[in-house]
Design a protein around this ligand. Structure first.
Ligand code: EPZ
Length: 420
């Protein structure tokens, strides 16, 4: 068990490189199951959820080796079940459903229980697979999908779902005939998966838009692909620069993936400029109150809501943050309030009043982006902040505290004795 200890007050300076995108790496690693042989993935981030996906692929019989450059050999995949032990730690394990049914005609995945940020069912994933001819059975918390061969279908999502879109794209790649996905998720990671599938020999059109057409083929071949940079890590580092009145060059990020976040940082008074090899963020003393509403891409990403809330605690006035994607993604608020933040929650709306000088405290991380938010709060709080249960942070960030330390933060990881 570890905690992260931060002494607030340092202004971040220098430059930092963004790691590969967690939410691109997970579906892309799962897509290796669609082809027989060795696929190579570069710029794979070193973080908890990727380790879980590697373990899952291993349990299915694939051979997974390497780290930043990961090689997956699917020649000996013999098992088609994603066990509860792995699925309960990572909901994205459901991403093996589509590839397994698409390639092998069967899959068994433990239903992901709810998680900290909400119920997060996979009904849309299952609705799509059954429209493509899969027989779906639910029993003892396990979902089993079987099909001799999936056939194309037109599927309209009732709700925009990122991994739902990704699962059905992968299933459709080997189906007989054409599949049309309407009201599909437009996230950059969905677009990237479409690119990878086409490199494997699939015929995917429109990935990254809300209308995706996939013409099934009989076989796909392994791929060699480099993962795009993590836009949420980049956004988190941008907020870190803005709240500490720092001056940071964020390398290797794709600003076009962050239009909504950059627009809100500028509205809040930060200076954001595109440079040849990255995006520079300069934080200003005066932070303006700025409202945000989380929406599917290209709207403001829900995965940046908690981080932006820390910035708004410093704004002169009142900011309204509405969380429209998950029903319970304000778990960071009670902890921020223990540090002195002035926040009122009413349903899916949080009203943040500032400016408030946060005070260091012992705080508990509850989910991935909440833990990032508490680290950011520690950077600007008076005194020392200890963020406990940092395994949440490690699920989704590749050594965030090391990156912040290199930028001048007084931050370190400390082993904790006993259970916390
Ligand atoms: C992806 O999760 C991301 N994870 C999440 O990032 C991100 O917050 C989320 O998309 C929204 O952008 C990965 O890509 C691995 P959804 P996903 O299906 O696909 C409801 C992070 O911090 N829904 O788009 O699981 C669901 O309950 C993580 O990196 C259904 O009702 O999210 C939620 O309210 C957190 N039925 C909403 O849709 C379904 O079948 C969006 O969920 C599927 C989803």
């Amino acid at each position: 068990m570890y905690k992260i200890v931060i002494k607030g007050g340092r202004r971040l300076r220098g430059e930092v490189s963004v790691s590969g995108a967690k939410n691109a790496a997970l579906p892309i690693l799962a897509s290796s199951l669609l082809a027989r042989g060795q696929s190579t993935y570069r710029n794979v981030p070193g973080l908890g959820d990727v380790i879980t996906m590697r373990k899952l692929l291993g349990q299915l019989g694939a051979e997974v080796s390497g780290d930043g450059t990961t090689v997956v050999d699917t020649s000996n995949v013999v098992n088609f079940e994603a066990p509860y032990e792995l699925v309960k730690t990572m909901r994205a394990s459901a991403l093996v459903l589509g590839p397994l049914v698409g390639r092998y005609g069967k899959a068994q995945v433990s239903l992901p229980g709810g998680c900290a940020i909400g119920a997060r069912p996979i009904d849309q994933h299952l609705k799509g697979l059954s429209a493509m001819g899969a027989r779906i059975e639910l029993e003892h918390g396990l979902v089993t999908a079987r099909a001799r061969r999936l056939h194309g279908a037109t599927i309209v999502f009732d709700v925009v779902t990122v991994t739902g879109t990704e699962n059905l794209m992968m299933a459709a790649a080997l189906a007989k005939g054409t599949t049309v996905l309407e009201n599909a998720a437009c996230e950059p990671e969905v677009e990237e998966l479409g690119r990878v599938l086409n490199k494997m020999g699939a015929h995917v059109r429109g990935a990254g838009t809300s209308l995706i057409t996939i013409e099934g083929v009989d076989e796909l071949h392994p791929v060699d692909h480099a993962i795009i940079p993590d836009r949420i890590e980049a956004g988190t580092l941008m907020v870190a620069a803005a709240i500490t009145r720092g001056n940071v060059l964020i390398r290797d990020c794709l600003p076009e993936h962050l239009d909504a976040v950059i627009a809100k940082l500028v509205a809040a008074g930060a200076e954001v400029t595109m440079e040849a090899d990255g995006v520079r963020v300069v934080g200003k003393a005066d932070i303006k109150p700025t409202d945000i509403a989380t929406r599917p891409h290209p709207g403001f990403p829900t995965d940046m809501q908690a981080q932006f809330m820390v910035l708004m605690s410093k704004a002169k006035g009142q900011s309204v943050l509405s969380e429209n994607i998950f029903e319970n993604r304000f778990m960071h608020v009670p902890e921020l309030m223990r540090m002195g933040a002035d926040i009122v929650i009413d349903g899916h709306i949080a009203v943040v009043r500032g400016p408030v000088k946060l005070k260091g405290a012992k705080v508990m991380a509850t989910d991935l982006r909440a833990s990032a938010c508490l680290v950011l709060a520690g950077l600007i709080a008076d005194g020392t902040t200890e963020v406990l249960r940092v395994y949440h942070l490690d699920r989704g960030y590749d050594h965030l505290e090391r990156k912040l330390r290199r930028l001048g933060a007084d931050i370190r990881r400390v082993k904790v004795k006993g259970e916390l």
